[in-house]
Design a protein around this ligand. Structure first.
Ligand SMILES: Nc1nc2c(ncn2[C@@H]2O[C@H](COP(=O)(O)OP(=O)(O)OP(=O)(O)O)[C@@H](O)[C@H]2O)c(=O)[nH]1
Ligand SMILES: [Mg+2]
Length: 333
């Protein structure tokens, strides 16, 4: 399914039905007791986070969610029917903005937000009868509904953001560590949309990892896909920075590592400060050992050495991720 992570929608709740004015008809009495029923409530519009939803595409197609009005009250003390409420399912991690102000953040499965409450139904004249006024003509109108224009942004909820230049082997790593089966190919820009995978540790704990594709030199200035997918790692606890240790295009691993960090810093200082695990990938290639040493020496980083192809170092990588995750959460989980 097409991945849409930003859209605008209009919502409108229904007006409440008006209260009715009616009287019992009895012989000998021009005006019997009041029997005007209350109006029904207008329908509301609610958004609910659902972990089975993974794109805002259905909302982008629909554009407006308008609930119906409640029915007016009737004679014989009959109340008008209330309109049906609309519940719109959105992916977990959907954030709502109204005129640039954040108004809701559905960051957990099952949580919901009432975006537009239905107007309450009006009172029929039966509600106004008193000992003194036995034939009231008063009633109230149903409340108006509300209209809002909302902008929705999906920020995937992942623990780990997987970054690296095109062709670094991000999709291959994701497919080795999780049950996700992304497309893998020996050319850049194979992956065009963020992909999620769940990494189990074998002891009942798991980490959600998001592969963020499309970061290239100059992405901050709009090159290629740009940096729009980086918002999906804003809430990650840490990043897994994957570096091809022996790039086929002859480029330099340290330089490639720097490019990603520069783009991160250009996008957001907060993101640039997130803890990183650096992993050098493709150590199965000949000459990789020397390249690993060079990288560690040049950067001073304790980069892990892995091969997504052969599986070498992946266990250590997984352990490092779970350890870091635990220490970032203050020892819990
Ligand atoms: N030799 C070797 N090749 C690898 C390894 N990991 C990935 N590759 C290859 O590198 C190429 C790119 O791998 P992908 O997983 O598609 O890379 P990616 O980072 O997801 O690339 P994009 O989606 O284009 O950004 C593919 O041909 C993979 O088979 C590895 O550990 N060793
Ligand atoms: Mg990929």
């Amino acid at each position: 399914m097409e991945f849409v992570d930003e859209t605008t929608v209009a919502v409108r709740s229904g007006k409440g039905g008006d209260g009715a004015v009616a009287f019992r008809r009895e012989r000998n009495m021009p005006l019997g007791g009041p029997t005007g029923g209350d109006g029904g409530d207008g329908g509301s519009v609610t958004f609910a986070a659902d972990r089975n939803a993974d794109t805002l595409l259905p909302l982008a197609r629909t554009q407006i969610y308008a609930a119906r009005s409640g029915e007016p009250g009737k004679g014989n003390n009959r109340h008008g029917a209330s309109a049906e409420n609309i519940i719109v399912k959105v992916p977990v991690g959907t954030v709502f903005f109204e005129s640039w102000e954040q108004v809701a953040d559905l960051d957990e499965d099952g949580v919901s937000w009432l975006a537009a409450a239905g107007g309450r139904g009006g009172k029929g004249n039966a509600s106004f009868a008193t000992a003194i006024n036995r034939s009231p003509r008063e009633f109230t109108y149903g409340e108006e509904g509300t209209s809002r224009k909302l902008r929705l942004e999906l920020k995937l909820i992942a623990d780990v953001g997987l970054l690296g230049l095109p062709n670094a082997g991000k999709s291959t790593i994701l497919s080795r560590l999780s049950a996700a089966r992304p497309k893998i190919a020996d050319y850049p820009f194979t992956t065009l949309q963020p992909q999620l995978g769940i990494v189990p540790d074998g002891h009942g704990r798991e980490l959600v990892m998001a592969d963020i594709p499309g970061i290239v030199e100059g992405a901050a200035d709009g090159s290629g896909m740009g940096l729009k997918f980086l918002r999906h790692v804003e809430r990650c606890h840490f990043l897994l920075h994957l570096v091809d240790v022996q790039p086929g295009d002859g480029s330099d691993p340290e330089e490639n590592h720097r490019i990603i960090n520069n783009e991160l810093a250009a996008y957001s200082p907060v993101l640039a400060r997130k803890p990183q695990i650096v992993a050098l990938n493709k150590i199965d290639l000949t000459g990789a050992d020397e390249a690993v040493d060079n990288f560690r020496r040049a950067t001073g980083l304790p980069a892990l050495a892995v091969s997504a192809a052969s599986g070498a170092g992946l266990r250590e990588l997984a352990i490092a991720m779970f350890d870091l995750s635990r220490s970032l959460r203050g020892g819990a989980g």
